[in-house]
Design a protein around this ligand. Sequence first.
Ligand code: ZN
Ligand code: ZN
Length: 266
Amino acid sequence: MDAGGVPALTYAALEARFALERVCYERLRIAHSYISHSDLRTWKPQHVVQTVMEMVDANIASDWTLNIGSEPGDHPPKYIPVGTQKGFDPKYINQLWQAVSSFLHCALPRETKAPIEHYAAEMKLRSKLEEVLRELDRISEGTMIGALVLEKVSFDCVCGQKNSRSTASLKHNDIINCIKEGCKEQFRAEEVADEFFFERRKIPVSCHKCGYQHGLPYREVTEMSKATEGWEFKCRDCGVSNVFMWQLRQFARNDQGMPEPTDQDG
Ligand SMILES: [Zn+2]
Ligand SMILES: [Zn+2]
């Protein structure tokens, strides 16, 4: 950044992105120690940032100080600080990551006649980089990182991935996405007599031809793209293709002010 000039600042944006990714990798590795190194290696950086953002375990992103008692017992005469973790807002980190990433692409013009710029504007680059640096400096003030997970519950996803949560931060009805990249399975936590169970969220769909009942992964259906081709699956019993598509519908207000579909299609 001191060298100045737009090419140098663009390179600084790349370094800033590395640093943000590293912060996320470190937190994820510690909070989910069961994620194997080889699993993590296959994840795209964006997925790591996203997973850290979505994680329910608030401890990896919170401020805390670990103290150790000078003598054994519940009330030692003195506590000695061992280290401090600096927390961060994962949404903010994601926002910064998106911003510096945008500088690593061609800046598209806002109108058709404007020239296509190779680099982002210098002022914009510099002010965003300064913002990232402030946040990285603040996080680096911490002397240790770790997950204050006292008690954990785990469950295996249908894809084989083990998922864990700290019971301290888990609530009844919490929704948990499987952490494996590409897996669309989602689970609902259910607390019964101080014990947690995890229920797979699925959408019941019967085959249009033979009626065979399928339990489709909730996110697979609800997060399908709006592309006109839709999303399809083959029936597990008769093999026929079943297609889903988003449909835009028109509604009108009835006498009670509630929306009701009109007769028009499309
Ligand atoms: Zn899974
Ligand atoms: Zn069928």
